[in-house]
Design a protein around this ligand. Sequence first.
Ligand code: NI
Length: 165
Amino acid sequence: MRPTHIRQFPDPVLGKISSLVKRNDRAIETLIERLIVTMRHQPGGIGIAAPQIGVLKQVAIVDLSIKIPGAKQLILINPKIISFEDEDIFREGCMSLPDYTANVRRADRVLVKWQDMDFKDCELETTGLEARCIQHEVDHLNGLLFVDRVSSLKSDVFRRKVYLK
Ligand code: NI
């Protein structure tokens, strides 16, 4: 399978709210495969959400294994963050805003619930980069990008260095 084109800001699909996935949705397995292939194709990709490939369904992948060896890949269907605790500010990037990074304040600890590919209910309490990445991907499903979370567009958003292409 080939990677899918990643939608970039200001593509309007990125600002829309994704629908809940239904149990009988037969397209989900292929969607998950497309998401994983597309995420892995991007250098440094540690998460992706379905709207980033133009699909408004509540599916996201978080895979920190390139940063944290042995980290388990999360396939999140209908994820919902139940609790947010503590706070941290960290520099984030996004494949849909490739030219920018920003300092984003988020909870350091979250409890998230979702369904797996067999539609079984799952939950996880996690912290640090994993908690941050989950929040970033769930934001995509609600039509939000990291720039919507910064306190000041002027002082918290940074243009990446330009590389020759
Ligand atoms: Ni993103």
